[in-house]
Write a protein that binds this ligand. Structure first.
Ligand SMILES: Nc1ncnc2c1ncn2[C@@H]1O[C@H](COP(=O)(O)OP(=O)(O)O)[C@@H](O)[C@H]1O
Ligand SMILES: Cc1cn([C@H]2C[C@H](O)[C@@H](COP(=O)(O)OP(=O)(O)O)O2)c(=O)[nH]c1=O
Length: 213
């Protein structure tokens, strides 16, 4: 079976997974990739910041660059990621799963006080995913998982970051829905990653599998 978007039956699906740091994105993306492969899909897993040259700059500069400059850098990486990695894979029929995408850009740069309208405009030309998955969990749960795993950068080290991130995610999710994004919210408070991944797989198989015959 090949999962296809409604708008273009020639290409594969593009699915993004976002949510607060430590919510379980990477774990769930890996698990979802295995489930889709077991269902016969060709899957390509990727992430933002990407492994391309601008993604490398993002990783290098996140600690020392702030605000509009960093927002532009992440957006530049996103447009390059689409061009260099995402589209070439969807174009040959693969399901592309990205660990972080536009919603992360709309949320994380808020930590530096960047205006949401500026962030929205900056990301406006980036491809809309066929499904935008947003992981949701209470800040206490996220903060505990983050502590167990260890923070990766300054955003995750600031006190109360999980509360702020959850708050921004709620706002961004509403905005995406208003703008007509196909959003799937997954409550990961109590669900083990395998169950969250199965839920997303079921949604993809229900909505995007070609009709029989
Ligand atoms: N549903 C879950 N229940 C308990 N622990 C989880 C769950 N999902 C992920 N974890 C753990 O939480 C930590 C963060 O997960 P990770 O996938 O790295 O999150 P993210 O990519 O969102 O930052 C890891 O140690 C992972 O094993
Ligand atoms: C995609 C994206 C990521 N980021 C940040 C958020 C994360 O802290 C970091 C990604 O680093 P990573 O180590 O992949 O974080 P995690 O495993 O916690 O998801 O990049 C932005 O600030 N803006 C963006 O647009």
């Amino acid at each position: 079976m090949s999962l296809r978007p409604f708008s273009d039956h020639q290409r594969g699906l593009f699915v993004s997974v976002d949510g607060p740091s430590g919510a379980g994105k990477s774990t769930i993306v890996q698990c979802l990739a295995q489930l889709l492969a077991a269902a016969g899909e060709e899957v390509h897993v990727t992430a933002e910041p990407s492994t391309g040259p601008i993604g490398a700059l993002c990783r290098e500069l996140t600690e020392t660059t702030i605000g509009h400059a960093l927002a532009c850098l992440y957006a530049a990486d996103r447009y390059h990621h689409l061009e260099a990695e995402v589209r070439p894979n969807t174009e040959v029929g693969r399901v592309v799963l990205t660990d972080r995408y536009i919603p992360s850009g709309l949320v994380m740069q808020r930590f530096d006080g960047v205006d949401p309208a500026f962030l929205w405009g900056l990301n406006a030309e980036a491809d809309r995913p066929d499904l935008a998955v947003i992981l949701e969990a209470d800040p206490e749960v996220i903060s505990e998982r983050l502590q167990e795993r260890g923070p990766h950068n300054r955003f995750q080290l600031s006190p109360g970051s999980s509360h702020a991130e959850s708050h921004f995610y709620r706002q961004v999710t509403e905005r995406l829905i208003q703008a007509g994004y196909d959003v799937l919210r997954v409550d990961v408070n109590k669900r083990p990653p395998e169950q969250s991944a199965a839920l997303i797989r079921d949604r993809l198989l229900t909505f995007f599998a070609p009709a029989a015959g």
